[in-house]
Ligand binder design. Sequence first.
Ligand SMILES: [Zn+2]
Length: 409
Amino acid sequence: MYKNINKCRLCRSSNLSIFFNLGKHQPSNSLKKNLNQKIPSIPLKLLFCKSCKTVQLADTADPKLLFEQYVWVTGTSDGARKYSKIFYSRLRKKLVKKKNFVCEIASNDGTFLKIFKKNGDIVLGIDPAKNISIEANKNRIKTLPDFFDEKLSNKIKKKYGYADLIFARNVIPHVENILSILKGIENLVNKDGTVAIEFHYAKTILDELHYDSIYHEHLFYFSIQTLTKLFKKYNLFPYDVDLSPISGGSLVIYFSKAEKKVSKKLKKLIDYEKKIKINYLKTWQKFYKDSNKHSKNLLKLVKNIKRNYNIFGYGASARSSTLLNYSKINNKYLDFIIDKNPLKKDKFTAGTNIKIISISQSRNKIKNYKFCILLAWNFRNEIIKELKNLKFTGKVIIPLPSKTKVYDI
Ligand SMILES: [Zn+2]
């Protein structure tokens, strides 16, 4: 089910230090069909590699357990659809040719490739989640149901030639065998091509206490410095960066095989990382202390409210699973969680056994409630709009970023 690492996944050093133990959690996406279903629990611990400074999980869950039936569908979020347009226009600027061969690693339902295809590029998605790659192919986004590595990159190269653009959104931090992906990217990308890597940024995780972003799929917690050091080993050199709203604060770093001039924006962010000592164990130990305190206070608040009022949640995301499990907020406190994703409807949350219902199922229910906890808080604007549409008139509890806030909707 899982294996404990005794050497860093990236540099093989055994000089590792565990600084945050969240206990054993059931995989966040292993939602139960009924409450009798038995699901294994897997340790969730963060460690710091004193050699390459990369923060990572101490245990690797079997990826088959995590990804094969992965239930996240990009297209279900309005925010993701809007962002895909911004993402597209930024990437377009990095392209030299008019018609390009564009590859996305872990392309999900193909939402982000669709726009490239519409604008005349040849697109290819790669995604190991079989159910979702079938959907993507139905939507005419050619998608290979496979893990991307050097072997697959050779196959792709043979059929399509070199890629002008390869992008990977929030996937590099999720793969144990990251080095074989990097070999594949190095092998497949064109000499004047671009590789765009989007990842949940360690600086935001630290600043805003995103401890809910620690879950089994999320193996690495990169800073710009740790990520670029790794990519340089594969002859991929960073030259620019953009901020992204994904996960409540991400970065997109652009790499190329030819060393290009590094943008001012990128230099500035690297300087800032050095200033705040992002790659120091002490900084991460403080993150643990602050997160632990935040989670205890959140449970206290929920307990207090529950004395007089019933509470429901919104958003059964992977992150909400960690937040609920670590804070010990279970079906004793929350009556149900609303989620838009039809694949999650009528299931129960991993470890905390809270029923997930659809928007239409919630329609008559939520008028009687005074409190809603926004678990997918990184989509707060979208969710508040939705709650208003549903005529919810109570208060929302927004656990993060940084501090829990409660206010009238
Ligand atoms: Zn290391």
